[in-house]
Ligand binder design. Structure first.
Ligand SMILES: NC(=O)c1ccc[n+]([C@@H]2O[C@H](COP(=O)([O-])OP(=O)(O)OC[C@H]3O[C@@H](n4cnc5c(N)ncnc54)[C@H](OP(=O)(O)O)[C@@H]3O)[C@@H](O)[C@H]2O)c1
Length: 356
């Protein structure tokens, strides 16, 4: 067996790499041609039924508006009903054919079964399922008070994408519908203080890659989205702390973001919905973050060092132990240049929602 492994260890890299040199240009040519075709003949969403989780704020809210503009019928899911109703009203004004707002918690399997069944009972079909809901972690693994904190984040950020898919699948098969999955650039970019969140995003990414192969052509396809630095409540500082409570923490937000250029949620949602109706496998937004993937593959040590230097190492002379990322945001004008106005300051206490 050692001999077989030895021979394979020698041959497979040579054969594999040589084959790639031939296959890669051919596949690239095919995918460019396919992209052009799909851009010309994108899916018409008029009257189609779209279910969006996490639609009460941020990216999910803007995704709802983009589908509304295309005349879709929308089912919006989140835990804050008042916010959801406001989004629903705006969707109608923007052109949605009809909107239903359903209060549900995606970490609860029963809630997910209920909102999928409610959708199909009411509209008779389901065409797009957008798995978007999520919560952000803001503490190091060693700081977690107990495992419950970790399982709570995991339940929303991983199972919250799987349960709706489980119950929606037979309906999506019937309509040849599409699944849109909002993962994250952190599925391969190991940003500190987000270990369980990053793991859940990576797990979801791989889950849907596998399901895509299993399902083949029995549904319309799966679009996996990996956003980074997009304006939303998370990036305003709504973060799950080490005790499992949601807290609005501007200082921690600044530490986690540093001088990262934060994109507008509307632009991100446009890219997501455009990618979905054009049947793309992936939407990377903003696209430039993909360059960092090369560092992850070829020089992970360099990436580790840069992340430690920027986000963890206390700056010399700082009594509060703030790392470089936080110190950079304190330079006058930095936030004005890099952050959209909506996230520059956290909302006053009375406007902060505690939904965890
Ligand atoms: N913003 C970014 O830079 C960025 C980057 C990468 C990935 N993402 C991903 O993008 C997705 C959207 O987040 P966002 O950035 O737009 O943040 P956001 O403004 O905080 O939105 C999160 C949404 O998820 C909902 N949600 C949270 N927990 C839920 C639960 N248990 N059940 C149902 N709904 C729940 C929230 O509504 P309620 O609180 O009302 O329930 C809200 O509508 C998330 O999956 C996030 O991980 C964001």
């Amino acid at each position: 067996m050692d001999l077989v492994q030895g021979i394979l260890g020698f041959l497979v890299p040579i054969v594999g790499f040589s084959a790639l040199l031939v296959i890669w240009p051919a596949v690239t040519f095919r995918s460019v041609a396919l992209r052009m075709f799909n851009a010309l003949f994108s899916e018409n969403m008029q009257g189609k039924v779209v279910l969006i989780t996490g639609a009460s704020s941020g990216i999910g809210e803007q995704i709802a508006y983009q589908y509304a503009r295309k005349g879709a019928v929308l089912v919006l899911i989140s835990r804050r009903e008042d916010k959801l109703r406001r989004v629903a009203d705006k969707c109608i004004k923007k052109g949605a054919m009809d909107v239903r707002a359903i209060r549900a918690d995606v970490s609860k399997e029963e809630d997910c079964r209920r909102f999928v069944e409610d959708t199909v009972d009411h509209y008779g079909r389901l065409d797009h399922l957008v798995n978007n809901a999520g919560v952000l972690q803001g503490f190091k693994f060693e700081e977690a008070e107990d495992s419950h904190v970790l399982t709570t984040i995991w339940a929303i950020t991983f199972w919250g994408l799987i349960y709706p898919t489980l119950y929606a699948l037979e309906h999506l098969k019937r309509s040849k519908g599409r699944i849109v999955v909002v993962s994250s650039v952190t599925s391969w970019f190991p940003q500190p203080r987000m270990s369980i969140y990053n793991a859940a995003k990576a797990a979801a990414f791989n889950f849907f890659e596998t399901v895509r192969i299993e399902l083949g052509g029995s549904i319309g396809g799966i679009t996996i989205v990996t956003p980074a630095f997009v304006e939303s409540e998370m990036l305003m500082g709504k973060i799950v702390n080490k005790r499992g409570a949601v807290e609005w923490q501007e200082d921690l937000r600044d530490t986690q973001l540093g001088p990262a250029p934060v994109a507008y949620a509307e632009e991100c949602a446009k890219a997501i919905v455009r990618g979905a109706v054009r049947r793309h496998r992936y939407v990377r937004y903003p696209y430039w973050t993909t360059v960092m993937l090369l560092y992850r593959i070829f020089t992970p040590e360099v990436l580790d060092f840069l992340l430690w230097l920027l986000f963890l190492r206390p700056m010399p002379g700082r009594k509060d132990g703030a790392p470089l990322s936080k110190v950079l945001t304190e330079i006058p004008g930095v936030k004005t240049i890099f952050y959209p106005p909506s996230i520059r300051n956290i909302p006053p206490k009375q406007q902060q929602s505690k939904a965890a």
